[in-house]
Design a protein around this ligand. Structure first.
Ligand code: BV8
Ligand code: ZN
Length: 264
């Protein structure tokens, strides 16, 4: 996935709209429960190529072709080379001001009745950057690239080897079966219970911030509908319009790392 900064348009100065910023600040200050639905775009300013942007290719292949159980069964070595490549790139990257602003907002919103918590992040990303920015109330819908899962005994372990041995095998004896990334591939079910939990968080939210997602991947994108059905005020933050934009209460054309620090 070569970086998608090639031929990028020159950084146009971001002129924040004071009225918009104040409106968002007042709404967030009044909110008891805030849900965030984040996608690859929130990590773009950390240097992580997005899926469907120009950087969404690796050796001429799209992630959708490689992030499938069929691709792994057919050629586990190729799929592990793809993930090792992304792990190597990610190991040099760190959270950006957008991830950090959300971690800060969570601290501010620690709910009066702390049991419910004020801000929960529901992320489609597998890069672990929300976690390293300090976010605790975090649902990783699609898994995490720094965890591996045994195809034999199912054991899930953290693995930060860079590079990772290709092919990696389970260290638990007598298992020794092949390991896979602990990531949800296309055509696979989300981890047991995590989507139900995400639906509960979305339905209970007063505000949902939908940040850096093209709204294409299901069932993650449907969480915006759950939030709306639960009466949430929906705010999208994305430099482009998406299929979700027209159902938003506010669709703000901005980059996450530019706007979020100004609001929070
Ligand atoms: C499932 C892990 C049940 C892999 C991922 C036909 C129609 C509808 C649905 C389907 C269909 N065919 C198949 C399906 C289902 C499929 C799906 O949705 N496919 C899509 C492609 C149509 N979904 C599934 O298979 C899911 N499982 O349905 O299970 C089931 C089970 C069995 C049989 C049937 C059904 C599992 C989906 C999980 C896939 N795994 N990740 C890996 O990472 O290697 S999803 C993958 O896409 C990433 O996690 C990524 O996060 C996610 C979503 O993409 P986005 O995050 O939105 O990223 P994208 O690049 O698209 O957009 C970036 C956005 O950021 C852009 O809008 C851009 O403008 C914006 N941006 C850029 N810069 C910035 C910014 N925003 C803010 N600031 C910036 N600076
Ligand atoms: Zn095992």
């Amino acid at each position: 996935m070569q970086g998608d900064t090639e031929g990028a348009v020159p950084e146009q100065a971001f002129i924040p709209d004071r009225v918009l910023i104040e409106d968002l600040q007042v709404r967030l200050a009044r909110a008891r429960k805030v849900a965030v639905l984040s996608g690859a775009g929130i990590s773009a300013e950390s240097g992580v190529p997005t899926f469907r942007g120009s950087g969404g290719l690796w050796q001429g292949r799209r992630a959708e072709e490689l992030a499938t159980p069929e691709a792994f069964n057919r050629d586990p070595k190729l799929v592990w080379e793809f993930y090792d490549y992304r792990r190597r790139a990610l190991s040099e990257l760190s959270p950006n001001p957008a991830h950090i602003a959300l971690a800060g907002l969570a601290e501010k919103l620690i709910d009066r009745d702390a049991k419910e918590g004020g801000l929960t992040i529901i992320t489609q990303n597998v890069d672990g950057l929300h976690r390293s920015a300090g976010s605790k109330a975090l649902l990783e819908l699609h898994g995490n690239i720094w965890r591996v899962r045994c195809t034999g005994c199912g054991a899930v372990t953290e693995n930060r080897d860079v590079p990772i041995e290709i092919l990696p095998y389970c260290r638990l004896s007598p298992c020794k079966e092949l390991l896979r990334p602990d990531i949800v591939w296309f055509g696979e079910m989300l981890p047991e219970g995590i989507f139900e939990e995400a639906c509960r968080v979305a339905a209970a939210a007063d505000i949902m911030l939908i940040i850096g997602t093209s709204g294409v991947v299901q069932p993650a994108a449907s969480l915006a509908g759950y939030a709306r059905a639960g009466g949430a005020y929906l705010i999208e933050i994305n430099p482009e319009k998406t299929p979700l934009s027209e159902s938003m209460d506010q669709s703000i054309t901005a980059k996450a790392a530019q706007l979020l620090p100004l609001i929070i």
